[in-house]
Design a binder for this molecule. Structure first.
Ligand SMILES: *Cc1c(COP(=O)(O)O)cnc(C)c1O
Length: 389
């Protein structure tokens, strides 16, 4: 089981990003953890090994990543997966037929699809509720409810869930509180500190930050729960390869620096968009006009680089998407480069049109992932693109 090096917790955040979970290679002194590209490990004698038997179970490069991100989230155990969805799916294997889970209605489209199209076939049930209102969470709980899964801020509408309130409800009803922290990253928000039982990420996004791998990771404190997840990770096998683990680990070294710049650029761009389009059309928790701005200030230490804006129509959205030059039209987020997307036809294409409409993911909505380029180039790019509508 991958447990953090306790002494890593004596360091402050930016120091942890660079050093936590990693020690110079004892045989060569290599400062970067080696990419241990192997499927199996030679045993010393029958029943005697060096802690490693077969790489689905354990790989040193993967363990370095797991310890590193666990230290960033302030948890004791980390488990890396082959994708964010692989992580979510493996976590769902903690449950069984008949179990009910309360889920934020505005979670990642793929999370909704996994639950609605696959896990329901195995007898699990889900209630998708607006978790901005803690009362709605309480109202959705039944005697079969075993967990509460939320994402905050959400994709793409940047809605927040009060983590302290959600945790109080989860504790009262003995539910596991599971939080997808992909959008905020541990730089801006650490759900375990608010009482979450499990925090998870698509490492594909901010943690890797360079758009060159796909991965997922979860972090938690409880030893028994960690043993169960370890068992699932090995038994179900959605584990990442050493090369992708290493790329994510290289990414986290600059996480604190990068997210600071994503946040600075995000604030400038959100302000510009609010002036250009009107406050009510811009979804960004850092704007004082955001209905949950006070909560954002309470549970996040910054607001990040994700912004959505309502352009009014699909034609307007298409015009903006067609005119940008520095922003690239693509799914995904959290990389150093700025991306722009149309949620209704891209990330949320797997959500039925009716449901999309009810959520507020309109045909005119566009989502920006502000990168860390010079913000003036990003602003000029948007001025040109929005000049067309
Ligand atoms: C991308 C994403 C996922 C899924 O992660 P993959 O690495 O693409 O499988 C889950 N949650 C959120 C919030 C995401 O943005």
């Amino acid at each position: 089981m991958t447990r953090i090096f306790d002494e890593d917790l004596t360091f402050r955040f930016a120091t942890r990003t660079i050093h936590a979970g990693q020690r110079p290679d004892p045989t060569t002194g290599a400062i970067m953890p080696p990419i241990v590209q192997t499927s199996t490990y030679v045993q010393l004698a029958l029943g005697e090994n060096q802690g490693y038997e077969y790489a689905r179970g354990k790989n040193p490069t993967r363990e370095a990543l797991e310890r590193n991100v666990a230290a960033l989230e302030g948890g004791r155990h980390g488990f890396a997966f082959s994708s964010g969805m692989g992580c979510t799916d493996s976590l769902m294997k903690l449950f069984k037929s008949g179990d009910h889970i309360v889920v934020g209605e505005n979670v990642y489209g793929g999370t909704y699809r996994l639950m609605d199209k696959i896990l329901t076939n195995f007898g699990m049930t889900f209630s998708f509720v607006d978790t901005r209102d803690p009362q709605r969470i309480s109202d959705a709980i039944t005697p079969s409810t075993v967990a509460l899964l939320v994402e905050t801020p959400t994709n793409p509408l940047m809605r927040l869930t009060d983590l302290a309130a959600a945790s109080a409800i989860a504790k009262q009803h003995k539910l596991l509180l599971i939080v997808d922290n992909t959008f905020a990253s541990p730089v801006l928000q650490r759900p375990l500190e608010y009482g979450a039982d499990i925090v998870y990420h698509s490492t594909t996004k901010y943690l890797n930050g360079h758009s060159d791998m796909i991965g997922g990771i979860c972090v938690l404190n409880d030893d028994d729960l960690a043993a169960r997840i370890q068992f699932i990770a090995n038994a179900a096998g959605a584990v990442p390869g050493p090369m992708d683990s290493w790329l994510a680990l290289r990414g986290t070294k600059t996480l604190a620096l990068r997210v600071r710049q994503h946040d600075a650029n995000g604030r400038r761009i959100a302000d510009w968009l609010a002036t250009r389009m009107g406050d009510e059309r811009v979804f960004y928790p850092g704007l004082t006009s955001h209905p949950q701005h006070a909560l954002a200030k309470k549970q996040m230490s910054g607001f990040g680089g994700m912004i959505s804006v309502e352009t009014g129509s699909k034609a307007n959205a298409a015009t903006v998407l067609g005119k940008v030059k520095v922003f690239s039209l693509a799914e995904s987020l959290g990389g150093v480069e700025s991306l722009i997307s149309h949620p209704a036809s891209m990330t949320h294409a797997s959500v039925e049109p009716e449901r999309r409409k009810a959520l507020g993911v309109t045909e005119g909505l566009i989502r920006l992932s502000c990168g860390i380029e010079d913000v003036d180039d990003l602003l000029e790019d948007l001025e040109r693109a929005f000049g067309g509508i």
